[in-house]
Design a protein around this ligand. Structure first.
Ligand SMILES: [Zn+2]
Length: 592
């Protein structure tokens, strides 16, 4: 039984589709091999493919029963664990003042939705949202990784054939979806509409915009040197007039000298971690109130960069999204076809990295995200009518608590210096195998071995892999390893973590060994802050909310769900083809 192919990406037209979905719920957390009756049922689920695809031909034309959304809004809050949404839900804005509050009240919200791959980082998480695919197919195996052929580090969206429009571009800057091997829901929407549907994405991070835009959408991203939003020459030779006009207003400059202070009364933050868990920086610039300024005393790149940590980057992103709605006339397409707007709000991730999801800053930041989204929905309501808008909200990954906080909660946690660990591993392999240099490169959790050196020394690849794995398993904080030989022989199976790691491992792009920390431990070079990236629930459990009263039944759903379910669910509602690598299920329980 291959856990990779047990999720049929079919529609909901067959009567037994539910049964098929329930099989996946078993296999997703598979702890032992399937029995014969289960295999028979699994085989019947594959027969459903034919059944679903034999359904009447789809078209984008509206049906009387369920008109098409005029606009699909896909929101990604970078680095938002679902637990934060639930922990602070009673403080979200009421009566249209809060966007998260509105989605919880009027939409379908899943408690047990996961980014269900083993390396929970931004690029992979954003790729999952609209491709419906895992890294073993879509090819984005990290933010950065080692190219196995050149042994050089590559960035997920870099492509030196393209530059930002009107902005300085470094070779490693993200400009294009070249490394994304599959298309997205937006690409399928454009295909189905003869390219009449518009697909526009915007984010504080290039990878947040580019990996949502797919191959034929258009991405705009925040420039940390200038505070502008810009696209790249992959998408167009020059910006449309509305972008030039937006940039001319210099909205990014209006926050200089502005202070981010707490939104709610002090008592609202009583349950947060004590500020002293994070040592104060000189000038108190990791506490609220937090004033935006620059070292030079003037508006400069340092100031624009500082806007990333706090609510103003997200405000700018949503302001630019509004400009896009108007500039491109999204949701009022002349051809009557749906448009898609993708917005990835990056700042929550920066706040959580610096202070942890238990901090007052993170708590306050999420309240501000809620209010900003509330205003954005009210804007869309006035312009397009929320009855015509379908909104999805999720996150690219969750977050671990800071090591200090985890220890306080009696969950042992330490930061592991990955570079030191790899130096020790290289030395160990050299000592064990007669001086051969067998460790080639690493971009954790991926480790690349030098198989040519192993061949030259007359060593079996599996023996080198096993020696490396044994060494790592004896180190503090390491819980598991997976080798290329194990992946290729199909031996990586049988546990949730094995399934997630296999999905994260791409034969052509990934390393020869992957290393997993114990829960709550994480790789870090600094002495403060925290991160994400593990296969544990605090990193994988993210919000998955869908709102749109013509299509979605509101409620709080406990069914197991994955972020890869979003693309096939939207494909079902929009009646377009699921993206090429899609293997999620349609979230039929939410559909009207
Ligand atoms: Zn992220």
């Amino acid at each position: 039984m291959n856990p990779l192919i047990c999720r049929p990406a079919h529609g909901t037209l067959c009567a037994v589709a539910h049964r098929c979905n329930s099989i996946y719920q078993k296999t997703a957390h598979m702890t032992k091999s399937l029995s014969l009756p289960a295999l028979v049922i699994a085989a019947s689920s594959f027969a459903l493919h034919a059944c679903a695809f034999a359904a009447p031909a789809n078209a984008l034309a509206n049906s009387a029963a369920a008109p098409q959304p005029k606009l699909v809004v896909v929101l990604v809050v970078d680095g938002l664990p679902n637990e934060q949404v639930q922990r602070y839900r009673n403080q979200f804005g009421k009566n249209g003042k809060g966007g998260l509050g509105r989605m919880l009240a009027e939409g379908a919200a899943f408690s047990n939705a996961h980014q269900a791959h083993g390396v929970t980082v931004t690029a992979i998480g954003h790729s999952a949202v609209l491709t419906g695919a895992y890294p073993y197919v879509h090819g984005i195996i990290g933010n950065n990784w080692i190219d196995p052929t050149t042994r050089k580090s590559v960035y997920c969206t870099e492509d030196t054939n393209y530059t930002y429009i009107g902005e300085h571009t470094d070779p490693s800057d993200g400009t294009a979806p070249t490394r994304l091997r599959v298309d997205t829901l937006g690409d399928q929407l454009r295909y189905a509409s003869g390219n009449r549907s518009k697909v526009i994405t915007v984010s504080g991070k290039d990878r947040g915009a580019i990996l949502l835009a797919g191959k034929t959408g258009t991405a705009y991203m925040y420039m940390e040197q200038t505070g502008n939003f810009a696209s790249s020459t992959f998408y167009m030779p020059a910006h449309p007039a509305w972008v030039t006009q937006y940039q001319a207003g210099k909205p990014q400059d209006r926050y200089y000298g502005k202070t981010w202070s707490a939104l709610l009364p002090d008592a609202a933050y009583a349950g947060d971690a004590h500020d002293d868990l994070t040592p104060a920086k000189p000038g108190g610039h990791n506490r609220l109130p937090y004033t935006y300024y620059s070292e030079s005393g003037q508006i400069d790149a340092g100031y624009y960069n500082s806007l990333k940590t706090g609510p103003y980057l997200d405000q700018l992103t949503l302001d630019f999204a509004r400009a896009a709605v108007e500039g491109e006339n999204l949701g009022r397409n002349d051809s009557g076809v749906p448009d898609l707007l993708g917005v990835s709000l990056s700042a929550h991730d920066y706040v959580n990295h610096a202070y942890g999801p238990e901090s007052k800053l993170s708590h306050d930041h999420l309240q501000r995200v809620d209010r900003m989204l509330g205003e954005f929905f009210n804007y869309l309501d006035k312009r397009i009518g929320m009855d015509n808008v379908l909104v999805v909200l999720t996150a690219d990954h969750g977050f671990a608590n800071t090591a200090e906080f985890s220890n306080q909660q009696r969950s042992e946690s330490k930061r592991i210096n990955g570079d030191q660990l790899m130096k020790d591993l290289g030395q160990h392999l050299s000592d064990k195998f007669g001086g051969a240099k067998l460790l080639a490169a690493w971009s954790l959790p991926n480790i690349h071995l030098d198989y040519a050196a192993a061949d030259k020394a007359g060593l079996r690849h599996a023996d080198v892999e096993d020696a490396a794995a044994q060494f790592l398993l004896n180190q503090p904080g390491v819980s598991d390893t997976f080798t290329r030989t194990q992946f290729e022989s199909g031996a990586v199976t049988g546990t949730r973590i094995a399934t997630l790691m296999r999905r994260a491992w791409n034969r052509a792009a990934s390393g020869d060994l992957m290393v997993i920390t114990r829960p709550y431990w994480y790789f870090a070079s600094g002495a403060t802050g925290t991160t994400h990236g593990s296969p544990y629930a605090y990193d994988t459990n993210v919000p998955l909310m869908i709102m749109g009263k013509r299509w979605i039944k509101p409620g709080y759903y406990g069914q197991y769900a994955e972020v890869v379910d979003i693309a096939p669910t939207l494909a079902n509602i929009l009646r377009v083809r699921p993206p090429a690598g899609s293997e999620g299920r349609v979230l039929v329980e939410t559909l009207k």
